[in-house]
Write a protein of this length. Sequence first.
Length: 256
Amino acid sequence: MKIKKILLGCAIGLVLLFVLALFVVAFFLDGIVKTGVETVGPRIVQVPVTLESIHIGILSGSAKVKGLVLGNPAGYKTPNAVSVGLAEVSVDVASALSDKIVIHSIHVEAPEITFEGGLRDNNLFKIRDNLTAGAATSPNAPTAAGAKSAKKIEVDDFLITNAVVHLNFTGLGGLKKDLRLPAIHLTDLGKGDAGMTPAELTAKIIGAITTSTIQEVTDAVTNLGKGAADLGKGAGKAAGNAIKNVTSGLGGLFQK
């Protein structure tokens, strides 16, 4: 009887330790992820990255991201390129123990995107170029012989809704206008054994945002009226080249 009580006490103690460990992890994990985003993020996109807060439910596999902001490259006047008020993420918890983290869904609601520049040279293209250049020296690559690469990522469903573009167009005497983007929906990112690195995933998303933004900016320019008709035609041609250059500029990253 005494042995049973001891075993029962040990079992209860282990359960309590497990629960306590979960609380400790849950308490510190948010801060660890926030620090990681603000440390690794700038190395990938080569612009300042800040995150107001993140709350992770380790048992439910859900996360809420608040106040994620990508700054602009040097030389641009507007403070931010992308500002995400709220994003919700659903993760396969079991995949955290494997070499590839599986994210079931990411839903970004009402982000604000700033487009500064022209159709051939703008802040989004600059970030795209930074991604391409930084991919070769990605922080996810092994740093020594035999060292393991960082975890890869799979995103089954990525959705951006109600995005607003703040247009600061350098042509047309400095056109400023707010535009709404149609929903951006990407699926099966990093599907398969290979997965995607954070740099590759970011490139894919930035590429989709840039393509959609360029199209809306082109529509805004060509719809200015008869007085801008000739410029609109030239802008349409430039936009076609710009959209083509989004994918070619990202090279193999965008094709994954």
